[in-house]
Design a protein. Structure first.
Length: 152
């Protein structure tokens, strides 16, 4: 049960925080915000889910495989201690996907002007400096959240 909670807690946290506030606590500290790429406004829950879609699918896949291993007796304490319980091709393939995803994200971010990562393109979002919005609001000007976008 703890494995399920652990695997899904980060997903719920990031989706809810991005959809409600446009920021996670880490983004608040670094003063960046996620906005809709076209409207420059708040993102929807759908966009927040799309931003986390690939990591969510990989997490669910790994979780499903782990549950399957437990239910079929492959993931017993003895088997885990001997290193053989999850030492299979499907497990290693599922475990390698996050690394491939990370490389694709970085390469995408480094090859466009707005520094949008792959998940930003999938969701139609962009990450901007939050201080731009605050500064524009203080000056009485309309905020332009795509002024200095940053793909984080």
């Amino acid at each position: 049960m703890l494995v399920i909670v652990e695997n899904l807690a980060w997903l719920i946290y990031t989706v809810v925080m991005h959809a409600r506030y446009g920021q996670t606590f880490g983004k608040m500290v670094t003063k960046v915000r996620v906005v809709d790429f076209r409207t420059e406004g708040k993102i929807s829950f759908r966009q927040a889910w799309l931003r986390e879609g690939i990591p969510m699918a990989v997490s669910v896949g790994l979780l499903g495989y782990e549950v399957f291993a437990i239910l079929t007796g492959r993931a017993t304490p003895t088997a885990i201690a001997n290193g053989g319980s999850l030492n299979t091709k499907p497990f290693w393939l599922l475990s390698a996907i996050p690394g491939f995803w990370f490389v694709a994200e970085v390469l995408t971010m480094l090859t466009n002007d707005k520094r949008r990562a792959l998940h930003d393109f999938l969701a139609g979002t962009v990450v901007i400096r939050a201080s731009n919005e605050e500064g524009a609001a203080q000056r009485g000007a309309a905020p332009n959240p795509v002024l200095q976008p940053r793909g984080l």
